[in-house]
Every structure is written in structure tokens, then in C-alpha cells.
Design a protein around this ligand. Structure first.
Ligand code: FAD
Length: 449
């Protein structure tokens, strides 16, 4: 007897990976449905990359308007209105949600606006109780911010809530020193809040090149961000005037208006029915998949943050696309995880691709390191005389550029183009042979000797 299915593919989660997989599978002729428990678009669009970047742009004006004086401008009566910015960002998020919903509609993907869980290898159960039979199930539920367990943690917020603050906080404590923590530290600092970053270790931005993170720390300290290291939050008490008293291990307490916890994001698999259906999970709750996104149950696949490989939007999108091409397009494809460019939209921003100097040395290969320490022209009349710093890590034997690391204005924009060279395996000689584009910051990349 042949089994009948309601859909060829049922996707749980309409975020970066889920929407891409739905659209591509439908374009290959599959009958597709997706369930979304919150808002179509997922973390990146609704409460991640997009609203965050808009806040970064907004906060750049704070320094830009100051620097303008050096270029002859007088700007009187400048004022910042948090509510205006917050509401503008929220309306842009609404627009994007509509655009993502149209994408699903235009590709004839059915969508259910409720939570879904897995009830068997080919069975999905919606929160309403409805059961749907699907030939393939794709888990694309993303990740969820981790909230450490300490007394008073109900007074802290995560990145989920930070975009909706009623009033602009004068004092912000941020726990964590990953990219989300450092980005919000930069945003709040530039917009005028007193910012303290507290962290369990004494390093920021683990995984990025040490020389750059040291420079970022020095520059952000000069801009007024304070750090308390080796001191996780051990409690938060709400005072009579509404302030939050943050108790730290080994440091004096700090008073704040907002405490933002940004200590990582865990795969959102709790209560999803995966283990009951036979799907193997890892220690962090991540779905374990093979190179094609297939889990230990052949009809169930997973892509994106829920697999806890590289938690970035373009990676989730690539994985979703490769899954759909493999299963429904007759074109088996995997995702390449080498040379993934990434950025921290801190102030100044930092961007990197490939191996750090330390990672390259750890391979045992002989390497050469080239650096450029320069004063960006855009900072010429700035009150903050911040220098730019670029580093190339080169394999001595083959001359291949193994990694590029940059801290400077516009570093993420420049690095995206430079990442093509690393992905293509170009050599330092290729960089040297490329004519400089003058005057630019990017020209430093081809002038390192
Ligand atoms: P998501 O986009 O999270 O989508 C998962 C969806 O599933 C969500 O909409 C969720 O509501 C839904 N869902 C969950 N469980 C269920 C269920 N049981 N039933 C139905 N629906 C469910 N990445 C970058 O590349 N660049 C950046 O600058 C960047 N900035 C970020 C800033 C912040 C503050 C955050 C939090 C993240 C940022 N990211 C950034 C990471 C990026 O957002 C994620 O890597 C990306 O969204 C992962 O896509 P995904 O499809 O795996 O999951």
C-alpha cells in the first residue's frame, strides 16, 4: 500500500533557513507547508541582524555629527529620540515580515501560524491539535538566548526584548562578551548610555584574532565602555526607585536601568518531540545531522542555528537551499564551511575571514604575518583618533592567504569582497599584484609588504 502524505515537505520554523528551504523545495515542484510560532522571517529579520544593524546605523550619527564640526559643519539643536528610532525600526520589521510572507504565498507554500512539534518520522502536530502527514520534515527552529540562573534574573532582558525598551536607559549592564554583547555595548554607548560589560572570562570576542580584540577593547574603553572581568552576575535586586542593583562576583555592585544578558544562544529543541521520534541530539540540545542535513531519522532533516554549527544567517540560508536542492531538486549539495566571513558591528567594527594567526600557527605550518596600522582619513578631524589595523595570515610554503582580519570603519563592507580572494585560494603575490584604489582604507590590503 502506498502511503499518502498531506505535504511532501513540512518545515518547522519560518526563519532564514526555513523560508529559503520552503521556497526552493516548492520551486522544484514539492507541496510545502511551514509552521511559525512567532513571526515570519525569523530571528535575523524580526529580532536579530536587521533591527540590530538599523540601531548601529542610528548610533553612528552620534559620532558623525560630532566629527562633522571638524569638516566645517555647525549643527545646532541635535537631539536623539529613542521612541522615534524604536518605532521606525519596528515598522521596518513589519514591512520585512510582510515581504517574507509574500515570498511564501508567491511560491504556494501553505503557512500555519502556530507552534508545531514532531509526532513521528512523518507526522507533525500543530498546537491546535491538528496532525499533518509529511514525506519529509525539516527542523529549522533556530536558537534561543540562554539566561543564566541567578537570583533576580527575571529583571534582566535578552536580545529578544532589547528592541522594545519603553525608555532609553541611562545605565546599561551587559553580561557576555560575544558579538551580540559587543554590538549592543557600542550602540548604547554611542547613543549616550553609561555601559558596563561584565564577563565570566577576561577576554572579549573569543574566536577573533587576539591583536584585533585587544585593540577593540582599548578603543571602546576610550569611548567610555567599562569592563568587569572574571565576574559573572550573581544576582539582581530591584530597588524602590526602579533601578536594578547588579551584584558581581569579586567586584562592587553596579546600578543600572537595563541589564542585558547576551551569553549565547542554545538550539530551541526543548519539547519538540525529536528524541521521542528517534532523532539524536547533542549535548547542547542541537540536532545532529550529516553533511546533507539529514538526522538519524532519514525523513527528518535540520538546518540553521538548531544544528549549532555556525550560527549565522547566510549559513542557515545556504543549508536550507542545499537541503531543498538535494531532496527535491535531484542535485545533491553540501554547504562549505571554510572561509566564512563574519563581522562584529561594534564601534569601530571588526571583520574576519579564514584562520586567525593563532589558529594558523596551531596547524604547525610555517606562516607569515603582514600587518598595516594606519590612520583612516575619515577619522582625521575626529575627536576619537582611532587607528585602523589589518592583518593578513599567509602560508609560507604556498603563499596562500589563509586569513584576513580587520578593524576599521567599514571593515565588514571591505571584508566581504576580500573574502572572495581567500575562498578562491589567492596568494599574497596576487594581492601585491593588484593595483591600489587610492585614497581608500581598502588599499591597505594590497600595500602590505
Ligand atoms: P531563525 O531565523 O531563528 O528561525 C527559526 C524560526 O522558528 C523562528 O521564527 C521561531 O519563532 C520559529 N520556531 C521555533 N520553534 C518553533 C516551533 N516549535 N514551531 C513553529 N515555529 C517555531 N547573523 C548574521 O549572519 N549576521 C548578524 O549580524 C546577526 N546578528 C544577530 C543579532 C542578534 C541580536 C541575534 C539574536 C542573532 C543575530 N544573527 C546574525 C544570527 C541569525 O539571526 C541566525 O543565525 C539566523 O536567524 C538563523 O536562522 P534559522 O533559520 O536557523 O533560525
Amino acid at each position: 500500500m502506498t502511503e499518502t502524505f498531506d505535504y511532501d515537505l513540512f518545515v518547522i520554523g519560518a526563519g532564514s533557513g526555513g523560508v529559503r528551504a520552503s521556497r526552493i523545495a516548492a520551486s522544484h515542484g514539492a507541496r510545502v507547508a511551514v509552521a511559525e510560532e512567532f513571526r515570519v522571517g525569523g530571528t535575523c529579520v524580526i529580532r536579530g541582524c536587521v533591527p540590530k544593524k538599523l540601531l548601529v546605523y542610528a548610533s553612528h550619527f552620534a559620532h558623525g555629527l560630532e566629527d562633522a564640526a571638524g569638516f566645517g559643519w555647525t549643527i545646532e539643536g541635535k537631539q536623539f529620540d529613542w521612541a522615534k528610532l524604536r518605532d521606525f525600526v519596528a515598522s521596518d520589521v513589519d514591512r520585512l515580515e510582510r515581504a517574507y510572507t509574500s515570498t511564501l504565498d508567491n511560491n504556494k507554500v501553505d503557512h500555519f501560524h502556530e507552534r508545531a512539534s514532531v509526532a513521528g518520522p512523518n507526522l507533525v502536530r500543530l498546537a491546535s491539535g491538528r496532525e499533518i502527514r509529511a514525506k519529509h520534515i525539516l527542523i529549522a527552529v533556530g536558537a534561543w538566548p540562554v539566561m543564566p540562573d541567578f537570583p533576580g534574573n527575571e529583571h534582566a532582558i535578552t536580545s529578544n526584548e532589547v528592541f522594545h525598551l519603553k525608555a532609553f536607559p541611562k545605565r546599561v549592564v551587559i553580561q557576555g562578551a560575544g558579538y551580540i554583547a559587543m554590538e549592543f555595548a557600542g550602540i548604547f554607548n554611542a547613543l549616550g548610555a553609561q555601559v558596563t560589560v561584565v564577563n565570566r572570562s577576561n577576554r572579549i570576542l573569543r574566536g577573533y584574532d587576539h591583536d584585533l580584540t585587544e585593540r577593540l577593547m582599548a578603543m571602546t574603553e576610550k569611548r567610555g565602555i567599562e569592563y568587569r572581568f572574571d565576574s559573572p552576575i550573581c544576582g539582581i535586586e530591584k530597588l524602590a526607585d526602579g533601578s536594578l542593583r547588579v551584584a558581581l562576583d569579586g567586584h562592587d555592585p553596579i546600578e543600572a536601568d537595563v541589564v542585558l544578558v547576551a551569553t549565547g544562544r542554545r538550539p530551541k529543541t526543548v519539547g519538540l518531540g525529536l528524541e521521542e521520534a528517534g532523532v539524536k541530539l547533542g549535548a547542547n540540545g542541537e540536532v545532529i545531522v550529516d553533511d546533507y542535513g539529514q538526522t538519524s531519522v532519514p525523513s527528518i532533516h535540520a538546518v540553521g542555528d538548531v544544528t549549532d554549527r555556525v550560527q549565522l544567517t547566510p549559513v542557515a540560508i545556504r543549508e536550507g537551499h542545499a537541503f531543498a536542492d538535494t531532496v527535491f531538486g535531484g542535485k545533491p549539495r553540501t554547504t562549505a564551511y571554510d572561509a566564512i566571513p563574519s563581522a562584529v558591528f561594534s564601534q569601530p567594527p571588526l571583520a574576519a575571514v579564514g584562520l586567525t594567526e593563532m589558529q594558523a600557527r596551531d596547524t604547525g605550518a610555517e606562516i607569515k604575518v603582514f600587518t598595516s596600522d594606519f590612520r583612516p582619513m575619515t577619522n582625521m578631524f575626529s575627536t576619537q583618533v582611532e587607528r585602523g589595523y589589518y592583518k593578513l595570515v599567509v602560508d609560507a610554503a604556498s603563499d596562500k592567504v589563509l586569513g584576513i582580519h580587520m578593524i576599521s570603519p567599514e571593515a565588514p563592507e571591505i571584508l566581504q569582497a576580500a573574502a572572495i580572494a581567500v575562498k578562491a585560494g589567492l596568494t599574497k603575490a596576487d594581492f601585491d599584484a593588484t593595483m591600489a584604489l587610492h585614497p581608500s582604507m581598502a588599499e591597505e590590503l594590497v600595500l602590505m609588504r
